[in-house]
Ligand binder design. Structure first.
Ligand SMILES: [Zn+2]
Length: 109
């Protein structure tokens, strides 16, 4: 399985391409069957429209997005990170020379 920005060329963004191998598609179908309490045991051959399962692609439009492991892939393309207005704990006695970090982005002072 692979996720990358698409090769779309609209003014709205490149979109996102999710590609699955035939094995990924077969596992997804097994997961669907198990979710419907259908359990296949033993060797089996899976076909779609009479053909062995090949690679599969899902193209997500620029208006959509994909979230994978908590990371957002916007169809609009990679976003520039917003600049952080750093916020540090109020100055406190700091005899140990420990540096403070921004409460929002963790950047050292
Ligand atoms: Zn910051």
């Amino acid at each position: 399985m692979n996720i990358e920005y698409g090769k779309g060329t609209t003014e709205f963004g490149p979109g996102v391409d999710v590609t699955l191998t035939g094995g990924d598609v077969a596992r997804a179908i097994y997961a669907y069957l198990v979710a419907h309490d259908i359990h296949v045991c033993g060797a089996a051959t899976m076909r779609i429209a009479g053909e062995l399962i090949g690679d599969c692609g899902i193209y997500v439009d620029p208006s959509g997005k994909v979230i994978s492991d908590g990371v957002e892939w916007s169809g609009c393309g990679p976003k520039e990170p917003e600049p952080c207005e750093h916020e540090y704990e109020k100055a406190a006695p700091n005899p140990y020379g420990i540096s403070r970090s921004c409460k929002k982005c963790n950047k050292p002072e």
